[in-house]
Design a protein around this ligand. Sequence first.
Ligand code: HEM
Length: 260
Amino acid sequence: MRLISLPATLSIALAAAIEPPEGHPWLAPGPNDYRVPCPMLNTLSNHQFLPRDGRNITKDKVVSAMSSALNFNESLGALMFDMAIVANPEPNATFFTLYQLNRHNVLEHDSSLSRSDTFFGNNHVFNESIFNETKAYWTGEILDANMLANSKVARQLSSKAFNPNYTFTSTIEGFSLGEVSAPIVAFGDLQAATVNRTLVEYFFRNERLPTELGWSTRTEIINIDIISRLTQIISNASSLITTSEAVVSSPRRDLHAGIY
Ligand code: HEM
């Protein structure tokens, strides 16, 4: 084999650029592949942890994908499948497709962080202007629970103000809190409940695991207790009531010069 000698910086850049999760290279979805409003299910399909075509997603496949890509334990993967299977309208269904998850007000809901409300158009494709609304509240390089919660509440307020069909039940609130804490679960510091903004933006925008930015599957196994704790932290941070102490996370006052 002939080895080509590259300048060190170029070699490092190339190595970083082609580094996929082992055995799971990323491939953009084709025109007939189903995708969904969940950036993680899309990501796992793009890396073929889940079927690339977005079809025939069984419990075994969900458990295995969540475990290999994100180190979720088996019972958590199974629980997620059990919650998702309602999307398939067939009685006693044993699989769902990503297309079925797009059904409005089953699991898909209004006020997403990166998708439009159904009332306004496509509810499942990444939407840059919606994501810009969300990012306006991500006021630091490290996202904390307040920033994530603020973006959630702001998206709800925007939908409530402008979408005459705005729907957000307490069941949806439960899903939403899980979704908003999910970037911490996948890429962040579980103890501090924070996550690097760059990783999160890359993930939403590219529907790709941020391996080339230095991320790798965590070694700590994720269980339901970890998810519940983080969800509760986001829920607490979503309250607009404070104690007598100010609750502000790294405000970028330059962004609000006209307000302060
Ligand atoms: C079987 C497992 C899963 C199912 C069925 C599922 C389903 C969904 C659905 C239907 C949505 C859209 C909700 C909306 O309308 O905004 C969603 C959003 C989301 N999901 Fe998943 N999901 C799963 C696992 C995960 C995992 C493991 C993560 C990351 C750890 C994740 C991260 C997210 C995020 C960040 C959103 C919010 C997207 C947005 O608001 O724009 N999901 N998920």
